[in-house]
Design a protein around this ligand. Sequence first.
Ligand code: NDP
Length: 444
Amino acid sequence: MSYVDEVLDLLVAKNPSQPEFHQAAKEVLESLRVVIEENEEEYRKDALLERLTTPERVILFRVPWVDDKGQVQVNNGFRVQFNSAIGPYKGGLRFHPSVNLGIIKFLGFEQIFKNSLTGLPIGGGKGGSDFDPKGKSDREVMAFCQSFMTELNKHIGADTDVPAGDIGVGGREIGYLFGQYKRIRNLYEGVLTGKGLTYGGSLARTEATGYGLLYFTEEMLKSNGKDIKGATIAVSGAGNVAIYAIQKAQQLGGKPVTCSDSTGWIYDPEGIDVELLKEVKEIKRARLTEYAAKRPSAQYHEGKGVWTVKCDVALPCATQNELDLEDAKTLVANGCYAVAEGANMPTTLEATEYLQANGILFAPGKASNAGGVATSALEMSQNSERLSWSFEEVDQKLKGIMVNIFHNVDDASRKYGMEKNYVAGANIAGFQKVADAMKAQGIV
Ligand code: NDP
């Protein structure tokens, strides 16, 4: 049996009931096959893949808090410190009822390669809780965040592990978490990113993942003789990534016509009104029905359906496995020519394979959504320097990083004879740096 197959079998046996983690590991290791086979004996002897797929540390903890009725609630807290070969652990916190250990491990594993691709010195980690901020008062969210940080603070630090936001963790949550860290540790340091501008945040961090997705997509289209200008774009999600992807797409001359949340979706043939979307989602924290009520050109539909809309480019920006094989078939039949992932692993393995087999340009999230974590690393640099850079300076650096990621991914895919397979290119380019650093640091 090949070394890759052996490790995948072992991983499934050792981590039962974690399908998302299995899926992420399979996607990565399958595409590393060519690289692993070149050095199979050495990697096997060093158990490189076993070490790469086993987190350095997993922290599980109880998060008790008191709701507005005086009732004590208990949630699960997680932090997976996956790999620190190239820098301190870095990766977001997700607060969503679906969160479990397998989901945090899949996200932490992906983060290793994504962070490596940015070219910046950051290792891979991820964390979160099954707490649902939706429908909670600000006081309840604060009580939860303070309890969560009361345990988490023991395991993180500006040079150890630097969490950020993800689904359900935005500026409000980061503020409460930072306040509690500072209070307990008596340290004012860049321990979290995505902070507010008055206390160490970076300009352009809020926009970074969505903007970065579009910089990557623009470069990918350009290198394939296509143009984002004039393209009709289907976007899913209506959160941080989706909103700023829509905004940058419009600035580049594209026309995003959809968005969605967990209850329904919008088709707006005149193009999404991004200011209205921000008001509904960022300020009022309301459902998309409010968008439709204020926008005569918009049609609201219950459930799922964004990928049925005819488009040139699809940008899944909501959550994992939201674009399946049926969706992929519909996109291809409707003439879509590019899919770029804003979310983490939004496309199922079968859908990815179908899209690639049908000649669709497919950008995997670990490359195309790396702008968020890259800008988080720029926030860390500014905190260390105790300086703040201008919006333009950060945005310029972000664009340079995304263009560079595209070319590194493209070059790696060509080098191994898999031209335009950006999934393989991203995994190979991300892996090589981490593997070299792990080898240099010995058996740890
Ligand atoms: P937000 O919480 O801001 O927004 C998430 C959006 O997706 C919301 O519109 C939400 O709808 C929808 N959504 C979430 N879960 C589901 C679900 N199970 N089914 C259908 N819709 C769902 O999160 P972000 O925009 O920050 O994150 C979106 C994706 O991008 C995630 O995969 C995240 O890991 C990834 N990502 C985020 C980065 C960042 O910087 N924020 C960086 C890199 C990747 P509703 O409002 O109804 O919950």
